[in-house]
Ligand binder design. Structure first.
Ligand code: ADP
Ligand code: MG
Length: 406
């Protein structure tokens, strides 16, 4: 399907290019006043037609920015050359106005602005030349109404800018939409996979935990071993809890009780919990809360979201650095920020967050962020990353605020 579409697009491109080349050749050979005495001007015209044709033909093979810049330069030179070589063909002026339209086809913002600026400068020089040097000798139609021509030129550039702006915005919107679809598709498949795996793991865990609970009460073991058993049971409890969370992702509409969550309270308990975790690495979590905030969510899931994000922040931080947590209510939203001065991420790394098993850690699962995105989406929240490699990361979590009594 996609292959066929590509083929059609390619045929359309080469068809159009063929028409353009035929038209350029007609301009070179059909009724050309310079054809009789093959001077330097005519040879330049021929060479530019040849160069432009080659550029158009090879563009699909080497879609590089360099080639685009070359194409714009060659096309501009071509249009300005024919404007100078054939002063009687007044319609050449139209082509000069539309030179920036070439970069619209490439959807390259910088190139478009550059071409727009360059063309304006060239036209200013051209009009100055006609007004001062030529004095309406070869270009009477421009000289006679110089102001009108300048206004028309500016108008054409404004129209081009408008076309570019509208189409570029639309394209960007479509791209964003496509990204969102891809993301939700990713979440759906992993949800199903997680359910299958979690289900299979839960049973053996229950058996192991059962035995450990028996051993914990067995007096034939010494106190030290019993302490180890108790730790093991705790770890198994955590594992069980995580599995239950995965299962809830797979069937997001069931098992979820939305309640009024006191964000302040949850943040405090998560901070206390993780400060013990942070101590392994000498990191501290600093919590600053501006006011009491509430959201409508499930407390356990909300806690899990925070724990995942804060744990990532601690893991990214250097030993001894703090992770700062803030929470405030803003325009009907509860905004929680997790700021670290750790290793940071590149744009590509941020884009990969939420992809199952995407992890840069040797012992990472790469599932934490996927769970966070799932939970946020479920309660109409968002998670936004701002990061710079080597400098740190700011994660902004936003949820619609809920109020007591509502
Ligand atoms: P895991 O923590 O198991 O690796 P996550 O889904 O929680 O999986 O995170 C995925 C990856 O995103 C991490 O391996 C890490 O490279 C990157 N990451 C997440 N948060 C941060 C952060 N605050 N700073 C730097 N990198 C981060
Ligand atoms: Mg993690």
């Amino acid at each position: 399907m996609k292959n066929k579409e590509n083929q059609i697009n390619q045929m359309l491109y080469y068809g159009t290019v063929l028409v353009v080349i035929v038209l350029m050749l007609l301009g070179l050979f059909a009724g050309n006043p310079l054809l009789h005495h093959l001077g330097l001007g005519y040879i330049t015209h021929g060479a530019l037609v040849f160069l432009l044709s080659i550029c158009l033909l090879i563009y699909p093979l080497y879609k590089s920015r360099f080639l685009r810049i070359i194409m714009i330069i060659v096309a501009s030179t071509y249009f300005y050359t024919i404007f100078f070589l054939y002063p009687n063909t007044w319609s050449n002026f139209i082509f000069l106005c539309f030179i920036p339209a070439i970069s619209i086809l490439f959807f390259d913002t910088k190139l478009f602005y550059l071409s727009l600026l360059l063309n304006t400068l060239l036209i200013i020089s051209l009009f100055s030349y006609i007004a001062i040097v030529d004095q309406g000798n070869l270009y009477p139609y421009i000289r006679e109404d110089l102001i009108g021509n300048i206004i028309n030129f500016l108008g054409s550039q404004a129209i081009l800018y408008f076309i570019f702006y509208i189409s570029y915005r639309r394209l960007k919107k479509q791209k964003l939409y496509y990204e969102q679809i891809k993301h939700s598709e990713r979440l759906r498949t992993t949800g199903q996979m997680a359910a299958a795996v979690a289900h299979e793991i839960r049973n053996p865990l229950t058996v192991v935990k059962g035995f450990l609970q028996i051993y914990e009460k067995d007096d034939t073991f010494n106190e030290n071993s019993k302490r180890h058993f108790s730790l093991m049971i705790n770890e198994l409890n955590t594992a069980e809890q995580v599995i239950s969370q995965y299962l809830s992702i797979a069937k997001p509409d069931k098992d979820t009780e939305t309640e009024l969550v006191n964000v302040t309270f949850v943040l405090q308990s998560v901070t206390d919990l993780l400060n013990t975790y942070g101590h392994f690495h000498d990191n501290k979590i600093v919590l600053t809360i501006v006011e009491d905030c509430y959201i409508a969510a499930n407390t356990i899931e909300f806690k899990q979201l925070l724990i995942n994000i804060i744990k990532n922040a601690i893991e990214a931080s250097k030993d001894g650095d703090s992770v700062v947590l803030t929470a405030e209510c803003k325009k009907g939203l509860v905004e929680i920020k997790v700021v670290d001065c750790g290793q940071g991420m590149s744009k590509e790394e941020i884009d990969s967050l939420g992809t199952p098993f995407y992890s840069l850690k040797s012992k990472g699962t790469g599932l934490g962020m996927m769970i966070c995105f799932n939970i946020a989406t479920k309660y109409k929240g968002t998670i936004h990353f701002e990061s710079e490699k080597g400098k740190g990361t700011t994660v902004t979590i936003r949820f619609p605020a809920a109020y007591m009594g509502k």
